[in-house]
Ligand binder design. Structure first.
Ligand SMILES: Cc1ncc(COP(=O)(O)O)c(C=O)c1O
Length: 391
């Protein structure tokens, strides 16, 4: 019997989710605990082995996970770190991005890529997004390139690649480095290859609600460049190659064995989970055809891993309330684009600077999406949306 949360608040409540009996009329927005429940025996056995071994940080489980993730995404090396946010910061550091440099990224995303630019002391430059894929608009990126542009961070938002063909050729022409933010896109592909291997460095998050989620924080950089891999390995442990000899200004950003072993238990299921997400997305799109909302699309050359299935509605807030009253609580990603966040008030960006990101923030509505959703629950969501629009 599937387990679910009573509400989004349950997910955020210390002590974890409340477990209720399956009810197709109640559709929790997220349910990361379901995988832990389904894989409980294997997880306990694997965790017990780590406890018994007594090696807790950057040990054999992390090394094995690094190889498995690198192979999964078609990259040469994996470097396990503390979080997806750290992966981005370390990636910029490894590429020597710092004061005097500019980095272009999207204003419509989780804040981590923007934060990483600030953390390395570079100038944060936003470029507006494409209204259909919600990823960087390459013409906008080109318009904002200067001789100081050192890197671009495309975010493969909601689970599909940004326009990598155009971004990679722009970057090659101008000698700009590409750091792919793949936090939401493990299991998606571009031109038949796993995301993360096309640019200089790919950055992954294993936050519990991600498509491959740990039971705590975790992240990984991937690269096929041996020198960058070596530098990333040094940066994550205080800049050392040999213990107590610090060649670089580094960080404490180590992945631990408990998270690594949990991820290794889950990884063999990821393809199946991604397939199920695709089935749910197809069911939503078929069931919502003809409703006056914009449904998500997959750009040519991409396979989508459906981290998020989001529609757009001009009546988004009313629709969200209607869904909540129907047992379908939702969370808006992202209600305020990054250029309008208080923490960047000193930069002077204002409303109107990135009109597409602003319009998408006003209209976007993610629907429940995780592989454990039952068809009956998906159908209830579809009926509830259709009901709002009068059938
Ligand atoms: C697009 C994006 N980038 C980066 C991150 C940061 O990952 P983490 O939460 O593991 O630091 C997230 C996640 O939450 C994300 O969604």
């Amino acid at each position: 019997m599937p387990l679910h949360l009573s509400s989004v608040e349950d997910l955020l409540r210390p002590g974890g989710p409340t477990v209720y009996h399956f009810d197709p009329m109640q559709v929790p927005f997220l349910n990361p605990g379901a995988q832990t429940t389904a894989l409980r025996e294997q997880l306990i056995q694997a965790l017990t082995e780590v406890l018994d071994r007594g090696h807790f940080i950057l040990g054999p489980q992390v090394a094995a996970l690094e190889q498995e993730i690198a192979a999964f995404v078609d990259a040469g090396h994996g470097i396990g770190v503390n979080s997806g946010s750290d992966a981005l910061t370390l990636a910029l550091r490894a590429l020597d991005v710092g004061p005097g440099d500019e980095v272009i990224t999207t204003p419509f995303t989780y804040i981590a890529p923007a934060e990483s630019v600030i953390q390395v002391g570079a100038r944060l430059v936003f470029a507006d997004i494409d209204p259909r894929t919600f990823t960087l608009d390459v013409d906008e990126v080109a318009r904002r390139c200067t001789p100081r542009t050192k890197a671009i961070i495309p975010v493969h938002l909601f689970g599909q690649a940004a326009n990598l063909d155009a971004l990679l050729s722009l970057a090659r022409e101008r000698g700009i480095r590409i750091v792919e933010d793949c936090a939401q896109a493990i299991g998606a592909s571009w031109q038949g290859k796993g995301l993360g291997s096309a640019g200089d460095i790919g950055c992954f998050s294993f936050y519990p609600t991600k498509n491959l989620g740990a039971d705590g924080d975790g992240g990984m950089c991937v690269t096929s460049d041996d020198a960058l891999a070596k530098k990333l390995r040094m940066l994550r442990v205080h800049g050392i190659e040999r213990r107590y000899f610090h060649d670089l200004h580094g960080y404490n950003s180590r992945l631990d064995e408990m998270q690594a072993v949990i991820l290794r238990v889950k990884l063999p299921h990821l393809k199946r989970w991604t397939t199920r997400r695709g089935e749910i997305a197809a069911r939503y799109s078929a069931g919502l055809a003809g409703v006056p909302v914009d449904l998500p699309m997959t750009a040519g050359g991409n396979t989508h891993c459906w981290h998020v299935y989001a529609l757009r509605s001009e009546r988004r807030d009313e629709l969200q309330s209607h869904l909540a009253a129907s047992g379908v609580p939702t969370l808006i990603y992202y209600p305020q684009p990054l250029h309008l966040q208080k923490c960047y008030a000193d930069v002077g960006w204002t409303l109107g600077d990135f009109p597409v990101a602003e319009a998408v923030s006003r209209t976007i509505l993610p629907l429940p999406m995780y592989p454990e959703l039952e068809d009956a629950q998906v159908d209830h969501v579809i009926r509830s949306v259709r009901g709002f629009y009068g059938g």
